[in-house]
Design a protein around this ligand. Structure first.
Ligand SMILES: [Mg+2]
Length: 232
């Protein structure tokens, strides 16, 4: 047994394969809304166009410059515009439909359940700290069965702070009865999950799934979730 008691995971692209479920959801909405008739060549092409806009809008959302409702519609309004389509209703409908499908089309990162079962057997408390929307994150957790494995979930929309704000980490540790010494943060995003944990003195495991090069000195770095079993 290690000194740790509380294991905090990020959700998207750490346990939940956000990229994969996003692609599956694009296949779905492309078909349902008959987007080929609007002149969009393929679901893959549409997803590519959407991807950059979505990333940029998420940055603005994290900084508090735009709100959730604006983000949901704008991330479809802008890519549609790139194809010369200006259709307010379609932007709204796609936004809603996508959010719904992306949460229901279950796609877990390989070895998620193996690792969570291992941690449970070792009596660790497993928690989530995620920047997503409450409704969406709840559907993902229920649809995938993650909800049964998780002790406490901290969703930024509810807590009132988003990662990398240190306050969401302090809040989460306090709520579960943990502290800096007995807690560890695991996530796929260096600047959002890992650097802030390091800054407050919390142990951290960087899940560098995409093998991104960096110069940070870290406690642990892994490339597959299963490696957690060697650390904890
Ligand atoms: Mg993530």
């Amino acid at each position: 047994m290690t000194k740790y008691q509380h294991i905090f995971f990020d959700l998207d692209n750490t346990l939940w394969d956000f990229d994969r479920s996003s692609i599956l959801a694009f296949d779905k909405i492309f078909e349902i809304f008959n987007l080929i008739n609007y002149g969009i060549p393929s679901a893959k092409d549409f997803h590519k166009t959407y991807f950059d806009h979505n990333n940029r809008l998420w940055d603005l959302y994290r900084k508090g410059e735009i709100d959730k409702d604006f983000l949901k519609i704008e991330r479809f309004r802008l890519p549609l515009k790139d194809y010369g389509i200006v259709d307010e209703k379609l932007s709204i409908d796609l936004g809603e439909s996508y959010t719904d499908y992306a949460a229901r089309l279950v796609a877990l990162v390989p070895n998620t359940m193996e690792v969570l079962n291992y941690l449970k057997e070792k009596d660790y408390k497993i928690h989530l700290i995620t920047n997503g929307f409450l409704e969406v994150q709840s559907i993902k957790m229920q649809a995938s069965g993650l909800d049964k494995m998780i002790d406490y979930s901290f969703v930024s929309e509810v807590v009132g702070y988003k990662k990398p704000d240190h306050r969401i980490f302090h809040h989460a540790m306090k709520e579960v009865g943990g502290n800096i010494e007995d807690s560890v943060m695991i996530g796929d995003d260096l600047s959002v999950d890992i650097i802030p944990a390091k800054e407050i003195g919390m142990s951290h495991i960087y899940f560098n799934r995409k093998k991104i090069s960096h110069n940070e000195m870290l406690d642990y770095e892994i490339f597959d979730l299963i490696e957690i079993c060697k650390i904890l």
